[in-house]
Design a protein around this ligand. Structure first.
Ligand SMILES: Cc1ncc(COP(=O)(O)O)c(C=O)c1O
Length: 398
């Protein structure tokens, strides 16, 4: 279904019209916002004063029209985690990076055949890569050697130690006369903790400036805030600039943002089913489900009422109707005292939602719409779709 809502209207008007015709919950991506996110991100990267290549983290939002829109607006390529993602990705761009720990020999072979640059996320796959007849250019992922529990639950086990990378590079030079192109580091909370960034940078610098390494590209991965319009992103880039200046002969920086590009470009519109109060906190039960709005670390879904009248705010919690321990969409937000039947907007719904969603829940997944810059609204999926993009496939290799 395609409907021209109107010529050249802004996203607010698109929403007003849709509220009259679409059943809740429905989700909508705005091309306008994707474009401005890409623009802001690229502007912030200028602070690095080096050429920057940006690879969108495909698993964050593997919806083809959305990915096409991002690429069209100037993102260089895609970062993928599985064969399925790679097969999709090569149809969209010639610049692909393959991640995913535990890549098999066949995965590596296929990636090289498809012209993808492989980032070696572990020692076993690195050995298999070295055994290929013609391994292409490659990157090494450095395991962060810090005690900080920076992933929230447990420290990362992904990557190789600096010692492993050093000896692997020497082997590759001996066997294939091949030097590595990329040193990959991934710092999920880079936007939260400046000290952590400094702490993590020490081993990066040591490895980089080692005689045997000769890297030319530093890939700093994803993990950027989704609140891209805030000064935060500029601060992060400024911090990286100070660190990167210390790397000998660096020619390029690569980044793999996911949530920063698509998170805020999507909103779910949902109806309030019930209001309850518990210890003075307003509990708002809505018809959108956590089968789509899956809580992930370092992100929160931003809720606001569609009725913008000025009302006094109360501490609130927004939940779906399942009453399960994981049914919380937003834990702690300030909302006006809402009415049953009222409409709310849940923003920041464009990252790790349609890729992590669970279609088996009794709450139906929302219809997914896409609003082009000119106000043309198309339906990407209707409520009864079964998730052909579920990450169960992708996780098998990530
Ligand atoms: C290797 C890699 N790159 C990029 C990303 C994107 O991260 P974010 O969405 O936080 O920017 C991820 C996310 O898990 C990842 O594992």
């Amino acid at each position: 279904m395609e409907a021209r809502i109107a010529e050249n209207i802004n996203s607010e008007l698109v929403v007003q019209r849709l509220l009259g015709i679409e059943q809740t919950p429905f989700a909508i991506f705005f091309a306008e916002k994707l474009k401005s996110n890409v623009k802001s991100f690229k502007e912030a990267t200028r602070l690095l004063k080096l050429p920057v290549n940006i690879y969108f983290a495909f698993k964050c939002c593997p919806i083809i029209p959305i990915v096409e829109c991002i690429l069209k607006n100037g993102i260089d390529g895609l970062e993928v985690h599985s064969n399925w993602e790679l097969e999709q990705s090569v149809k969209l761009t010639t610049k692909n990076l393959l991640h995913g720990c535990g890549k098999s020999k066949a995965d590596l072979h296929r990636a090289v055949a498809l012209g993808s640059l492989v980032i070696l996320d572990g020692l076993d796959e690195a050995k298999d890569f070295a055994a290929l007849e013609n391994p292409g250019q490659y990157g090494c992922r450095l395991m962060p050697e810090v005690k900080s529990n920076f992933l929230g639950s447990s420290p990362s086990k992904l990557g190789m130690s600096a010692t492993e990378i050093r000896s692997f590079i020497l082997d590759m030079q001996r066997q294939h006369k091949q030097k590595p192109a990329v040193l990959h580091v991934h710092i999920f909370q880079q936007y939260r903790d400046a000290n952590l960034l400094n702490e993590l940078f020490a081993p990066i610098m040591e490895l980089w400036n080692d005689e045997s390494s000769s890297f030319s590209v530093l890939n700093i991965g994803g993990g950027f805030c989704s609140d891209i319009d805030s000064a935060n992103l500029f601060q992060i880039m400024a911090r990286w600039r100070q660190l990167i200046e210390q790397l000998k002969g660096i020619q390029q920086v690569w980044m793999e943002p996911g949530r920063a590009l698509t998170g805020s470009a999507c909103s779910v519109f949902s109806r309030v089913l019930r209001i309850k109060y518990q210890n003075g906190v307003q509990i708002v039960v809505v018809d959108a489900g956590t089968n789509l709005l899956v809580p992930i670390p370092n992100s929160s879904f931003k809720v606001k009422p569609v009725n913008s009248a000025n009302r006094q705010l109360v501490q609130s919690m927004v939940v779906d109707g399942t009453c399960s321990p994981s049914s919380i969409i937003n834990h702690d937000c300030n909302l006006p005292a809402l009415q049953e039947g009222e409409l709310i907007e849940i923003n920041d719904s464009g990252a790790y939602t349609f890729s992590f969603c669970n279609p088996l829940f009794h709450t139906p997944l929302p219809t997914l719409l896409f609003a082009s810059e000119s106000g043309l609204v198309s339906t990407l999926w209707t409520k009864d779709f079964t998730s052909s993009i579920s990450t169960s496939l992708m996780c098998a290799n990530s």
